[in-house]
Design a protein around this ligand. Structure first.
Ligand code: NDP
Length: 290
């Protein structure tokens, strides 16, 4: 099958690699060199221009936000073929995706939102969990494609439902990273060795993905790799907060998490990794993790 993959970032690059093993892949990236690198390393074809992607049977977007997806839709919509399926793997905004789906439907192009979870390691190893919003028949078409990049592909509801659950689950993660870091800093201040504090946390009811997998490398080894931009995590939590607003829901913890992440982003800048919020917590306490 001919698949166009748009957006070869930290997630898109390895996802497109897996797809290229089973399908004919045409890739497009804003910075063309990344597309050329992908073609060289994985035998894909770099689109001569964005319009060349319109000829594909499946179009996959993996971009920062729904804004960039919308921009690409605007540029391609006039050239799309009836029956092409658009899969948006971006962690996007459910409201925007609903509008996008309506616009694409006028061209006979079905749309599913299919954001992913599992981090860059999941993208590298094709072990992502992918949550899909869309009509059942469109999910049925998307599923075998997504299966190549992921381990668990779940149909969660109509268009927008994938984006909604994605930002909600990322908000749970954000709040967990924050509270775990706060309490570990407090343990350190109390004089408890960090390795011991983590060992106890991970053997008890406070354990989480944050305490087991995300924080040990940073807090024990002082390694702070960039794997998921705080900029993107803040965007996800903001979308979750906007869902709460729309639903007239009372979600004080979510609101607080959003403010803490936005404040951290303002301090650390667009280039920071999301776990670096732990550095902000240290600064708030005139402390360091060393
Ligand atoms: P990156 O920042 O690594 O990559 C972003 C991609 O989008 C790049 O290919 C970039 O092109 C392209 N892009 C940026 N702006 C534009 C634009 N205006 N027009 C066209 N293309 C553009 O992001 P990730 O791969 O980390 O994330 C992608 C999505 O996946 C996000 O929605 C994120 O929230 C989500 N996600 C990320 C995870 C992670 O661990 N990283 C985990 C799960 C989901 P260029 O190369 O030119 O900059």
């Amino acid at each position: 099958m001919k698949i166009a993959f748009i957006g070869l970032g930290a997630m898109g690059f390895p996802m497109a690699r897996h797809l290229s093993k089973q399908h004919e892949l045409i890739v497009w990236n804003r910075t063309r060199e990344k597309g050329e690198c992908h073609a060289r390393e994985h035998g894909t074809t770099v689109a001569g221009d964005l319009a060349a992607c319109a000829a594909a049977e499946i179009i996959i977007t993996m971009l920062p936000t729904s804004r960039e997806v919308d921009d690409i839709v605007n540029k391609l919509i006039g050239d799309l073929r009836r029956g092409t399926l658009w899969i948006d793997a971006t962690s996007g905004d459910p409201n925007v995706s609903r509008q996008t789906a309506v616009r694409l439907a006028t061209r006979g192009v079905p749309f599913v939102d299919a954001p992913v979870t599992g981090a860059t390691v999941g993208a590298e190893n094709a072990t992502l969990t992918i949550m899909v919003g869309g009509a059942p028949e469109d999910f049925a078409r998307a599923q075998p494609i997504l299966q190549i990049c992921g381990k668990k592909i779940i149909h969660v509801g109509p268009v927008g439902a994938g984006h909604a659950i994605k930002v909600l689950t990322n908000s749970i993660m954000g709040a967990t990273v924050w509270i775990t870091s706060e309490c570990l800093l407090l343990a350190k201040r109390f004089g408890i060795d960090m390795k011991t504090a983590l060992e106890v946390t991970n053997a008890g009811s406070g354990r989480s993905n944050a305490s087991e997998n995300l924080l040990p490398m940073r807090l024990l080894e002082g390694k702070w790799p960039l794997v998921f931009k705080l900029l993107h995590h803040d965007k996800d939590i903001r979308i979750a907060a906007s869902i709460a607003h729309e639903q007239h829901a009372s979600t004080p913890m979510l609101a607080l998490t959003q403010h803490l992440f936005t404040a951290s982003l303002n301090q650390l800048g667009d280039g920071a990794d999301y776990i670096e919020v732990a550095k902000v917590i240290a600064r708030m306490n005139d402390a360091t993790w060393e």
